[in-house]
Design a protein around this ligand. Sequence first.
Ligand code: ASP
Ligand code: MG
Length: 485
Amino acid sequence: MTTLVMKFGGSAVGMTIGLTQVLSIVLFEHERWDRLLLVVSALDGVTDALLEAAHLAQLSNRRGYRRIVANVRQRHIALIEHLPLGVTERNALQADIDQMLFDMLNTCQTLAETPDNEFATNTESDHENEARQKETLARINAIVAVGERLAARIVAALLRQNQLRSVAIDATDLIITDDVFNSATPNIELTRERIENNLAPMLSRKIIPVITGFIGSTTAGKTTVLGRGGSDYTASVLGVCANADEVWIWTDVDGLMTADPREISAAQNIPTLSYEEAAELAYFGARILHSRMIEPLRERQIPLRIRNVFKPQQPGTLIQRSNPALSAGLKAVTSIQGLGLAARHSGPLSAVSLLVDETLFKLTGTHADVTLSTQSSSESFVCFVIPTTAGADAVHRLQIDVEERLLSDPFVSQWSVRSVNITTVIGTQLDRQHYLTAEILMNLRDTPILTMAHGPSGCSLSIVTEMDFGEPVLSRIHDVILRNG
Ligand code: ASP
Ligand code: MG
């Protein structure tokens, strides 16, 4: 029995031409595999809009969130109007969309009526305060989850219209997670059980489930989300729990590239990568993949393919177990903004690390990772990688909050904070092939480096500079990759 999980991203499901491609891909693969599971993201831009709506609801800005929800509705209705659907299917879909948005508006309303954290009563215990904050986060997660729920219904309707047996399924019924809202972690054992009980019978009847990416549910039934870009993670968890032979991510680019093509026009497609290299690439900023999706696949050795939904004839990128014969040399370079903290003294770093972690957690529900730190007799420098799953503006918001806390806390008042650039080059055995590191550094000429380190996985080298040097460092390293790739 062969099983394939395919995930379609927001740019594929967000447009009529994308959906036409989705349909023809599914019609084709349906003939080739015994069991097919589909995962979909929200239409592109919809998660951002819903987050904004939740934010406005928290500020009790009723007009603001209603306007956003009306736009979201309009976007979905316009999309289904352009799809070749029968009248009954279209009407049912429209009623479904309206019902879901109506329920979501109620959640926004509740959020708008809940007093803000800052106005919480002083008599409240820490425990009560924490419980209340969790409740708020649960509501926000339920609001943003609606994007995927809408998309899944549209895709399933389209497949049904084309003589495929298909149903939309909310992953809240399948993927059981912890209660870390915004960045939940699925419990593989519980999820496997659900899949065996609820999904396997359907799959054996050749029904194609269209499952919502990004979302899950706690054992208590509260909706959670798996971090920005989390639909990839959903596909990987489903792949593991349904014993898939392969997982494919369909996106709008040709696969993983040697650099972000928006930054480096000479970037090229990478045909194959090891799990370790792909994980490093995602962790250090390649937004095309969710950084936590690789590990479950690596453990079970399930191959992962990244393919372009608009060019299905292209092979894309294959991520699999490393194969020394195939995988020598440098693969890719990424660049992200990180947070650098510096102090004119030497001493323990724990207080400042804790402060950054707590601040980020409060802001986004995700933890910060210390990536690189150096100390000399009189100075200290710590650099944090902020997971891309925390959202695009997380570093900026974090910097403002951390600055405030440094000013108000005498224990850490000697520290200063600024944004820094982290450029990471990925390649096989970078911890041993020192000529590669030497060539990279030679190419950087006299660029001042704040700190640098080889990653413990042996396949990455990260170089931290001031923001201004980010661009030239990226392009110079990319030149080295093209020479040595
Ligand atoms: N829709 C979610 C997001 O925008 C999840 C995903 O696209 O993978 O982050
Ligand atoms: Mg994505």
